[in-house]
Design a binder for this molecule. Structure first.
Ligand code: COA
Ligand code: ZN
Length: 313
């Protein structure tokens, strides 16, 4: 089958949430706000700007209220907040989030590690969130962590994932994210599952969330795109990871994904030079190097001067 690469690819930037949640260094509220404000003018239509979870679970994001209230909102950008329960939804709404991203894991063990409750209890909590936001101008998205594998339980049954998709839909939640929390997915598996899920979820409502833990992140993006997915989470610099999943590491890197799309002629609407400039400032902010590759190598079109000895020949 020949893939039609003329279909736009939507990148949802998640560095302010997935990216910063695992960082050991405290990032000041003003620096978080500056990061989001600069991302807001890079061409993204969606930015996951923080989470409203227990500050004991994720101390790095305990300033969610100040961040959401402090950002300069760019028209046309949807600012998303990750939320685990009713209390999180109340905080997020009060802070002006446009969309609540509810998360539960396909794996019971990872849900217990991450959310300290069984999957059934998460779904009950999401029912309360749905009731709470009824009538409010806020969108809902349901994420399924460990969709493609769990660091504790291993393989996840595809039917289990489909059941959770259905459970979200029964609650009236339209948006669905399939998340590969610790980079266990492979392209064949991704293509197979996405083909099944797009029969129930419109590509406009479906997001794929990959981590590059085993180097397969962008391969999985292409496999999902070829199977009909159009929206992908990614983090500047390749930041990211779940602190409650052993061995977790960065999301797929936004600028590497945008570079891939630019080179293949897949439109994203995102300003790559702007992202590269932003990404190159991250080591100073966070105190370590980042896994992103294009920020180090430059784009294909960033040519080098001809070496002197070649010019002399
Ligand atoms: N925001 C802020 N505080 C919250 C909260 C929220 N969304 N939900 C619960 N809390 C507080 C409670 O008020 C209570 O505070 P207290 O000790 O001062 O009384 C405390 O947290 C414990 O509440 P409880 O309902 O018993 O929560 P828990 O300890 O069982 O933890 C979660 C459950 C879901 C709140 C917690 O596991 C969590 O926040 N997980 C998210 C982890 C995450 O973000 N992972 C990465 C993204 S996938
Ligand atoms: Zn993630």
């Amino acid at each position: 089958m020949i893939t039609d690469y003329s279909q736009n690819l939507i990148v949802q930037e998640v560095s302010p949430r997935d990216g910063l949640q695992i960082e050991p260094t405290w990032v000041e509220t003003v620096d978080k706000i500056a990061l989001i404000n600069q991302l807001s003018v890079a061409g993204f239509s969606r930015i996951e700007a923080g989470s409203f979870v227990s500050p004991k679970a994720i101390p790095a994001l305990r300033d969610g209220e100040q961040v959401f209230k402090g950002i300069a909102r760019q028209p046309g950008v949807i600012y998303v907040a990750l939320v685990p329960n009713l209390k999180g939804a109340q905080r997020a709404l009060e802070s002006g989030a446009d969309e609540l991203n509810l998360v539960l894991s396909a794996s019971q063990t990872h849900n217990l590690a991450n959310m300290r409750m069984r999957c059934e209890a998460s779904l009950t909590a999401f029912g309360e969130v749905v009731e709470f936001v009824r009538g409010a101008q806020v969108r809902l998205n349901g994420s399924i962590a460990t969709t493609f594998g769990c660091p504790f339980e291993g393989r996840i049954d595809e039917d289990r994932v489909l059941q959770i998709v259905e459970a979200y839909q029964e609650l009236g939640i339209q948006g669905i994210t399939l998340a590969d929390t610790t980079g266990m997915a492979n392209p064949r598996q991704v293509e197979r599952l996405v083909r099944r899920v797009v029969q129930r979820v419109s590509p406009a409502d479906l997001t794929l969330h990959f981590h590059n833990t085993r180097g397969l992140g962008l391969c999985n993006v292409l496999a999902a795109y070829e199977a009909g997915a159009r929206r992908f989470d990614a983090a500047l610099g390749g930041l990211g990871g779940c602190p409650f999943a052993p061995g977790a590491s960065g999301n797929i890197c936004t600028e590497d994904l945008v570079n891939l799309c630019d080179e293949m002629g897949i439109a994203t609407g995102i300003d790559l030079p702007h992202l590269l400039a932003m990404s190159r400032k991250l080591p100073a902010l966070l105190g370590h190097e980042l896994p992103g590759q294009v920020a180090k190598a430059g784009r294909n079109c960033d040519l080098h001067p001809t070496p002197g000895h070649v010019a002399a020949l």
